[in-house]
Ligand binder design. Sequence first.
Ligand code: SF4
Length: 391
Amino acid sequence: MAAMSLTLPVLPETSVPPAEGAPQPLPGILDVPTDTLRAWLAERRQPPMRISQIRKQILANRATAFEDMSDLPKDLRPELAGSFSVFSTKVEKHMFAMSDDTHKLVLRLADDKMIECVLIQEDGRATACVSTQVGCGMGCVFCASGLNGVVRNLTVGEIVEQLVRLRNLTNPTSTNPDRAPRLTHIVVMGMGEPLANLDRLLEALAVAGDKHGLCVGQRHVTISTVGLPAKIRQLADVGKQYHLAVSLHAPTDALRTQIVPTNDKTGIPAILEAADYFYEKTGRQVTYEYVVLGGTNDDPTHAKELARLLAGRKAHVNLIPWNDVEGLPYRRPVEGNLQGMIETLHRSGISVKVRKRKGAEIDAACGQLRRQLEGSGERGEGRAKIGEPIT
Ligand code: SF4
């Protein structure tokens, strides 16, 4: 078997404390720094190339156990299994929507927190939607993920593991033109504000893009944000071709602050300026996401204000009709209002799409399932308040 490229990014050291009373979990090998792994191997008289072999086995060959890594020496495999785990996460729940081949995983992390990730398969694409934080500090009023604030940032390995686990659900021998045999796209739209964990996200995406690993190209990656202007500029400056999606949800600061509370710290003009900068630097059109909440942000005035706001910008708008969530007071927009928004935006020369609802039968909306599984006992425990930054 060919050795894996040695140019894979170094994964940073992280310290995730185990839950109280729980046995110390073995560190997930994707989060073990290269230097540490190299030293561990040297103690066993093994060459550094084993690192590449191990990573290639997980990222490219779909190995889920060290004993299956047939290109490693036989006596090394149990030693690895005694010191590390292939995955630091465990699948707490796996849901599958037969109607559209959507998978949702709830993953239990080493510290017993839970996150969600989703695989959407259609039109020859296999798209992974991944989380970047446990909980979220942005507090969008319609979102189950943000109801209790943010707990912590995910590690690089935890982000990569979501991608690997979802990729492992694709069929590598698929000849169905609608079903890709591997991961083709990544959307960073799960739990958390991706730009609040930008450095680790970028490292994880570098792993995802490696041609000896998951092999997902930069132009097939979309990073979604509520709009942190300084971080949007930082992302623009890294010189990658990732696509940026800004969750706008309202055309005025007054209404947006009601829907996205952190807007009172930034304001729409600063976000749009940063998005314009992103476009200038990368040449990539920015998408504006707009969750259409019936009776809240969907009347003809809102549509006109939105069209005015984006006029003259190279922008695309995704309208996302609200899905009902138990315990939240918002409702689906009536068809007439949705249609009116589409027509108003079209008349202003703005490209617009209505995003389809995927995996409805498995409750795929952000954060709902995790909250159900966590139950009331854990809610709010150890969390930063909504809007508070964390590291
Ligand atoms: S919609 Fe996204 S940014 Fe807003 S609270 Fe939910 S996870 Fe956070």
